[in-house]
Write a protein that binds this ligand. Structure first.
Ligand SMILES: NC(=O)c1ccc[n+]([C@@H]2O[C@H](COP(=O)([O-])OP(=O)(O)OC[C@H]3O[C@@H](n4cnc5c(N)ncnc54)[C@H](OP(=O)(O)O)[C@@H]3O)[C@@H](O)[C@H]2O)c1
Length: 302
């Protein structure tokens, strides 16, 4: 991939997060960007590697955000910073609205004023899970506050910056040094010989974090505008996904047990099947690996 002028000063919000870490690796390796061309923002945790130029900032502070924009003068922005945990959004609606909605809209306004591209990370949880697989133009109907906040952000961003790319992310897996993930929790529970109850009635189209990062950079590179699904090619239940993880990593299969969503009450309601049809992205060149190969890559990279 060539170095586009759009990415001469790429700003990635959420540098200490799961996706931020993957984006940095992919932008350096595949996009050929050097360290001086990538800027990050983090909030409470420092990013990895420590050499990444990243600024500690609360993105809900508009004055600070505007000042940072003036200093960095980005030529493109990928916005991954968020309260990404649906249960925490449900229990802290005000703080989560501030980062997931208000800060995202402010960022869109700054990108529109500067006439630079913005890639926003939304979620498959904008859907209620009763009519999968979902295409970009299907009606949204979120069950959780997190999903509602992402819908508000999508709409508000496109109003302020119609050229923005709204990328709906699926369940992502991998291991990032600074962020917790589903896979890390899985390994820790297996290490403790704890039984994992995994849903047989919750379906997603998961992708490896590196592939997700490649999809976001592709959206930026191709100048994509509007909504784009970056799901994987396979639809799996959480339980089926867990089985593949145990096979790839040689873990004890008896530690995973089938469960139903109704068995495990949580603050945020969970849709049954938010599998995405990502053929629009596939036609653009997005080529995520299958789940098994994606897990093999995580294993190889250690
Ligand atoms: N992970 C998934 O499976 C998944 C699935 C669908 C969609 N998504 C979406 O994909 C994006 C990336 O998710 P992720 O898993 O990488 O999230 P993550 O690991 O939870 O990282 C979130 C990032 O946002 C930053 N942040 C949170 N509040 C902030 C604030 N007030 N000001 C500045 N920065 C703040 C965090 O900074 P500190 O850590 O330094 O505090 C962290 O860098 C999000 O938009 C998420 O909603 C994720």
């Amino acid at each position: 991939m060539s170095i586009s002028p759009l990415r001469q000063r790429l700003l990635i919000t959420g540098s200490s997060g799961f996706l931020g870490w993957h984006l940095y690796q992919v932008a350096r390796a595949q996009g050929g960007l050097n360290r001086e061309q990538i800027f990050g923002t983090h909030h409470t945790r420092a990013p990895h590697p420590p050499t990444w130029q990243s600024t500690a900032i609360d993105l809900t502070d508009f004055t600070a955000l505007k000042a940072l924009f003036e200093i960095i003068q980005p030529t493109a922005v990928i916005h991954t910073a968020a309260q990404s945990k649906p249960n925490l959004c449900q229990t802290d609606p005000i703080a989560s609205h501030a980062i997931n909605v208000t800060a995202s809209l402010n960022l869109a306004g700054l990108c529109a004023d500067a006439n630079i591209p913005l890639v926003f990370t939304s979620t498959d949880l904008v859907f209620d899970g009763h009519a999968a697989p979902y295409r970009e133009d299907d009606p949204v109907h979120p069950l959780s506050l997190y999903g509602e906040q992402k819908v508000l952000a999508e709409e508000g961003i496109l109003e302020r910056h119609p050229a923005a790319a709204i990328c709906r992310m699926p369940l992502m897996f991998g291991v990032a040094p600074t962020a917790s993930s589903f896979l890390q929790d899985f390994f820790q529970m297996c290490d403790r010989r704890q039984v994992l109850k995994l849903f047989v009635d919750e379906f997603r189209t998961p992708v490896n974090g590196f592939d997700a990062a490649k999809g976001l950079l592709l959206a930026l590179e191709t100048g994509f505008q509007g909504r784009l699904h970056l799901g994987g090619k396979e639809r799996l239940s959480r339980y089926e996904f867990g089985r593949v993880i145990t096979e790839v990593f040689g873990l004890d299969q008896s530690l995973i047990q089938p469960a139903h969503q109704a068995d495990v009450p949580m603050p945020a309601p969970r849709p049954p099947d938010v599998s995405m049809d990502s053929s629009r992205a596939f036609a653009l060149g997005y080529a995520p690996q299958g789940v098994r190969q994606g897990l093999e890559e995580v294993k190889e990279r250690g």
